[in-house]
Design a protein around this ligand. Structure first.
Ligand SMILES: [Zn+2]
Length: 163
């Protein structure tokens, strides 16, 4: 069993990083992000941070300022490294869902960043955590303990014997 304190520490760290990376996340999800200069404490710092994160993900970006708007957009295709990371992430998610199912949890992704994910059980709110780049490392109550409050079967009755 993974150490619950370590799992909680990793979840906290991921939450803080995702909040900080919000604009970069939008850039990755949509291909561009635009902010009002008035909303950003340090416009040069904002652009530098976007570029730094893009470099570490091997993604090319352009950033700039036009009037009162700061902008960044992805320039060129997402690289192979990014594709490999995505593949590892989806394999990790598969493993997490399989393990959570075994304990009666019904988990959904609550937070995802790079190769790390936090899932939450819709029945009992237990958390699970995985990091594809660390083994993978997978742990948390939603992965390792039985669900005390399994969610009722969904309205379609999928997976349940016909009555
Ligand atoms: Zn549960």
């Amino acid at each position: 069993m993974e150490d619950p304190v370590e799992i909680n520490r990793r979840i906290g760290r991921l939450v803080r990083r995702v909040r900080r990376r919000d604009d970069y996340g939008k850039l990755l999800a949509r291909g561009d992000v635009v902010r009002s200069v008035a909303d950003v404490e340090d416009p040069d710092g904002w652009r530098a941070e976007i570029k730094r994160q893009a470099r570490s993900d091997r993604i090319k970006v352009r950033t700039g300022q036009t009037g009162a708007r700061l902008w960044a957009f992805v320039h060129g295709p997402i690289q192979e490294a990014q594709q490999a990371e995505n593949d590892r992430y989806f394999r990790l998610l598969d493993e997490i869902k399989t393990r959570a199912d075994r304990h009666g949890h019904s988990v959904k992704v609550a937070l995802h960043d790079g190769e790390e994910v936090v899932v939450k059980c819709e029945g009992c709110a237990a958390l699970g955590y995985g990091d594809a780049a660390a083994g993978p490392l997978i742990g948390g109550a939603a992965i390792e303990e039985d669900c005390p409050d399994p969610a009722p079967p969904d309205a379609t009755g999928a997976g349940w014997p016909a009555s």
